[in-house]
Design a binder for this molecule. Structure first.
Ligand code: URA
Length: 196
């Protein structure tokens, strides 16, 4: 099966998923958006209000920040693949629970296996912790490790994991917006070094 067929099949499963109680509250599940041949994946936490309304990731205020950051390093949503650890909106945008992450993360694992990215950018604490743990790294506070590169060996080759802050922080902490921009500049250099 082609990447496209595998992703479409997986997205269909996500659209009818009832593996955790969030399905009762959602308007739409949000499988992900972007290029299935992307070399870079961006992983957020969980859909918010607008994502739940539209079935697309990062289409609210935090999404605008993400678009700006992507634009700043010459990328568009069509160049990358964007998804979340949890595919349905937790009520009132609360943090996803351990159980919700456990139930939902096999979808993210499969998305990674299908896309086989060279670089995964984790946006915020939840996706950073999930991805670092998955690839065998110790967990550290995002304030300490954002903008650093973690190199993992995987079945599909070397993977570069790049944690940064969640774009929503830029909405209420201007200092962190600057740090996000600096992280994206480091990301740009990494992509150039990797020939992406
Ligand atoms: N925040 C996230 O983590 N993901 C989205 O898709 C939107 C906001």
């Amino acid at each position: 099966m082609s990447k496209h067929e595998l992703m479409k099949k997986l997205e269909e499963k996500i659209l009818t998923c009832k593996k955790c109680p969030l399905w009762r509250l959602r308007t739409n599940p949000v499988p992900g958006y972007g290029n299935y041949d992307a070399k870079i994946m961006f992983i957020g936490e969980a859909p918010g209000y607008w994502e739940d309304q539209k079935g697309l990731p990062f289409v609210g205020k935090a999404g605008k920040v993400l678009d700006e950051l992507l634009d700043g390093i010459g990328l568009t949503r069509e160049d990358v693949y964007i998804t979340n650890v949890v595919k349905c909106r937790p009520p009132n945008n609360r943090d996803p629970t351990e159980e919700e992450i456990k139930a939902c993360s096999p979808y993210l694992d499969q998305q990674i296996d299908i896309i086989k990215p060279k670089v995964i950018v984790t946006l915020g604490r939840h996706s950073t912790n999930y991805i670092l743990k998955k690839f065998g790294f110790d967990l550290e506070p995002i304030s300490k490790i954002h903008g650093k590169v973690f190199k993992a060996k995987t079945l599909f080759g070397t993977l570069y994991i790049f944690p940064t802050y969640h774009p929503a922080v830029a909405l209420y902490r201007p200092q962190l917006k600057e740090e996000l921009k600096q992280d994206f500049d480091i990301l740009k250099s990494l992509l150039e070094k990797l020939g992406i």
